[in-house]
Design a protein around this ligand. Structure first.
Ligand code: 26W
Length: 797
């Protein structure tokens, strides 16, 4: 971009004057941040316009990534890095006596997602722009994001996330691209001369969908794509009473905070249809502006369905091709299947969305008709060859419910899981019938992460060390990190690696001090578990492990000093998860205030875990806890981020942990526990008896009894609830069964920790192997095998 520090300072001062009619030093930190973001927005504006123009001029195929959640994180740092002007701007800020870190921290972090799925969507947008692919996001501009988490007496308290209280500088309102979304009413189908049916709506409710576009700047590519988030507003020029206005605004008011349990509320259905209809309508309208023949749609447009939440895209495209483009069913269906592709992110049956026919038909009468027709044709097409049973099991409509995962598979030409094991389990279980019907559609696309945010931005100490060791080539192609292996026996490098980690731990210790008033020793082993609170992720097993250490230390056994760092939000309606949060905080109180152990054992549960807090925790981790019951975590992505900054993974053979082991080497991580096959076998044979395991293991019994014997103050009801789940409801996620193996694995970690050089070598091996989990490669695989768009940027795979 050839920006000079002097030019930047000139632009920045001008922006302050333009926006706030004042000089920089008179502005608040927030205003200084907003003026800076405004300048940066100006720096990529031309590339954004140029990218659009190029796409049109060269008739480039566009990918539209439909997701009900996005978690972009703060954008100032990543935009500066991706534009290649970070050092220049930071030098300018210093010359203006402004602290870049303070300005970065002034930016709000749009929490428009729950966890893995939403963050992955944003990583993919960064990656598509960074490999020069024309890939755009399509979602919802929630007024309120995921709740702000506070701990009150150890209990989770949810506060509204009013993230738009201050204007979001990166977005641009595109009034002229607004569309109408219809709900309810009755639909009359009137045959046309050409045999197609005209859909006439009676008494439908119209809602205006207004898009807000945010630029997705690629890493040093000049490619700038678009994240389009839709807001619901009353249609202007029509009389609306207050109730109607509120009803419309409610559609995009708030993100549903559940990340595994589909609560089937009508407002959620309204949300899902809202961004899908707005997205598909604007794509078709835009396409028709630049292409004469809609029959060419799949050659120039790919629509990706991120889990079942946008699955109605199949029905909405059919509606438009049938009702507005007057196509035949066959032609419309061929185009729809060729355009759509679907990713499944969870095996949890309770997370697979279904909608009651009555609710669906009432709110979306025309789509319901189309869904019925798809259901009829699906049954008719397969009953001969596969019989009633399979067809009844897999038809999209059954038992009064629309089964959205099935609709997504039937309406897509490609279906993928997010890690090898997950895709295999999908083919063997949840989607087995479809694997029988459409084997060619199934493919695996193991998740990835963006090395820009998680290494270059979050861990500058490590990034600088790698630059000094390998040169900067790894920043564009992280597979070059493999060359670090040549330094495994280089004591100077290993020492520098440990020093970088220690510096990051010092920074996190300051955050823990500031947030929790807790002093932690940076030289201790930082053992990190950061993810949503869910029974299958087994934060409880981690707690049992540290309670066992607590007892051992009290009994005079020696252990290397450890600080257990937790970050986890629980869905507000998920009672068990909230009880585990209370337990972790109660154990933290017990341990941190016990002088007999708190030199060797500490617990730091940082509230309000999200993208920005992850950026502070991840570079400081020595141990990455990935301990879900094998066969439950689809992939995981924190595992990849923690690996990339040198943490040693303590893992079950689940999700992407298996693929991490394959590239890092089993000797450079510690695995334990039941395999997915063993767990499934015990589940289906009903051979697991948790109480028997409890009775047979005195260490385990001692720890479990602490839940109810009063040794952990303040958890009377939570302790009882958790104990009941374990001993009376037979421990759904085999926490007791994997306990002994988990302890043994932790002792292995202690032994490894006792040899800093060996530990550093293992850390190095993980960093060196982490390049392959770059989302750049993941989106290229999608680009070649699913979306059929060839990236310009030839980053070979
Ligand atoms: C209906 C409520 C709901 C909301 C969100 C159900 C399910 C979800 C998501 C699919 C849950 C989710 O975030 N899944 C996670 O997706 C990540 C990205 O692929 C994976 O790495 C995680 O393993 C998976 O749990």
């Amino acid at each position: 971009m050839g920006l000079t520090t002097a030019q930047f300072i000139k632009d920045y001062k001008a922006a302050a004057l333009h926006l706030f009619a004042d000089s920089l030093d008179n502005l608040s930190t927030l205003q200084q941040y907003q003026a800076l973001a405004f300048v940066v927005k100006g720096y990529y504006a031309k590339d954004w316009v140029q990218t659009k123009a190029n796409n049109e001029k060269h008739h480039r195929k566009q990918v539209y990534y439909f997701s009900i959640e996005f978690m972009p994180g703060r954008l100032l740092g990543s935009n500066l890095l991706n534009l290649g002007i970070k050092a220049t701007v930071e030098a300018g800020l210093e010359r203006l006596a402004l602290d870049p870190v303070t300005l970065y921290a002034a930016e709000g972090d749009p929490g428009l997602g729950n966890g893995g799925l939403g963050r992955l969507a944003s990583a993919f947008l960064d990656a598509m722009a960074s490999v020069g692919m024309a890939g755009h996001g399509n979602g919802i501009r929630y007024q309120y994001g995921l709740f702000q988490q506070r701990f009150v007496d150890g209990y989770q308290v949810e506060l509204p996330d009013d993230w738009l209280r201050d204007p979001y500088v990166w977005e641009t309102r595109k009034e002229n691209r607004a569309v109408i979304v219809k709900y309810g009413g009755q639909v009359e189908l009137r045959p046309r001369a050409n045999g197609s049916l005209q859909a006439i709506y009676h008494g439908a409710e119209d809602v205006l969908a207004v898009p807000y576009d945010t630029a997705m700047v690629g890493y040093r590519t000049g490619c700038v794509n678009t994240l389009r988030l839709w807001a619901a507003e009353p249609v202007p020029g029509r009389a609306h009473n207050l109730a109607e206005k509120a009803r419309v605004n409610a559609i995009t008011q708030i993100l549903y905070p559940d990340d595994s349990d589909n609560d089937g509320r009508e407002l959620r259905l309204r949300q899902e249809y809202f961004f899908v209809s707005a997205g598909v309508q604007s794509i078709v309208t835009h396409f028709k502006r630049t292409h004469a023949d809609l029959h060419l749609l799949p050659q120039f447009i790919a629509i990706h369905i991120n889990d079942t939440h946008p699955a109605m895209a199949v029905l909405e495209l059919m509606r438009i091709l049938l009702d507005e483009e007057e196509m035949t069913w066959e032609e419309a269906w061929r185009l729809t299947v060729a355009t759509m592709s679907y990713t499944n992110h969870t095996l949890m049956t309770e997370a697979l969305e279904t909608w009651p026919e009555s609710m669906f038909a009432g709110l979306l009468p025309r789509l319901y008709q189309i869904a019925q027709e798809i259901d009829h044709r699906f049954r008719a097409a397969h009953v001969q060859q596969y019989g009633e049973l399979l067809v009844d099991r897999s038809a999209p409509i059954a038992n009064g419910q629309l089964r959205m995962a099935y609709l997504a598979v039937i309406g897509s030409h490609a279906v993928n899981g997010v890690a090898k094991l997950h895709t295999e389990l999908l083919e063997q279980s949840v989607l087995h019938d479809f694997y029988t019907l459409y084997p060619a559609r199934f493919n695996n696309k193991t998740n990835g992460i963006t090395p820009r945010r998680w290494v270059q931005l979050a861990d500058p100490a490590l990034a600088t060390l790698i630059d000094a060791t390998l040169g900067p080539g790894w920043r564009r192609d992280p597979r070059a990190l493999q060359d670090l292996r040549a330094h495994a026996d280089d004591p100077a490098f290993l020492a520098a690696l440990n020093a970088a980690k220690l510096a990051n731990k010092g920074r996190l210790a300051a955050v823990i001090q500031q947030q929790l008033g807790l002093y932690v020793d940076p030289s201790a082993m930082f053992d990190v578990q950061i993810k949503r609170l869910h029974a299958y992720k087994r934060q409880l097993l981690h707690v049992f492990g540290l309670l066992d250490s607590y007892r051992a230390l009290k009994a005079g056994e020696d252990r290397p000093a450890r600080v257990h760092v937790f970050g986890a939000k629980a869905a507000p309606s998920y009672r068990y998860a909230k009880s585990v949060i209370k337990l972790i905080n109660a154990v933290a109180d017990l341990v941190n205030h016990d002088p007999a152990v708190n030199q060797k054992l500490q617990v730091a549960f940082l509230p309000n875990y999200g993208v920005s807090l992850a950026e502070a925790i991840i570079p400081a981790a020595d141990v990455s806890e990935q301990i879900s019951l094998a066969g439950t975590e689809a992939s995981g992505t924190s595992n990849m981020k923690l690996m990339a900054t040198g943490a040693i993974t303590l893992a079950t053979l689940d999700g992407a942990n298996i693929e991490i082991q394959a590239v890092a080497g089993a000797e450079n991580m510690v695995t334990f526990g039941l395999t997915a096959t063993e767990a499934t076998r015990m589940q289906s044979a009903h051979t697991y008896n948790a109480r028997a395991v409890y009775e047979a293991d005195p260490r385990l019994r001692a720890v479990v009894d602490m839940l109810t014997d009063g040794s952990i103050p303040g958890i009377a009801s939570e302790g009882r609830e958790i104990r009941t789940e374990l001993l009376d409801y037979n421990d759904t996620y085999f926490v007791l069964e994997d306990f002994a193996a988990y302890l043994a694995a932790n002792r292995k970690l202690d032994a490894l920790w006792a040899d800093p050089d060996r530990w550093a070598q293992a850390a190095l091996a993980n960093i060196a192997a982490s390049g392959q989990f770059s989302a750049d490669f993941t989106v290229q695989r999608y680009g070649r095998e699913v979306w059929h768009v060839l990236p310009e940027q030839p980053i070979g795979d």
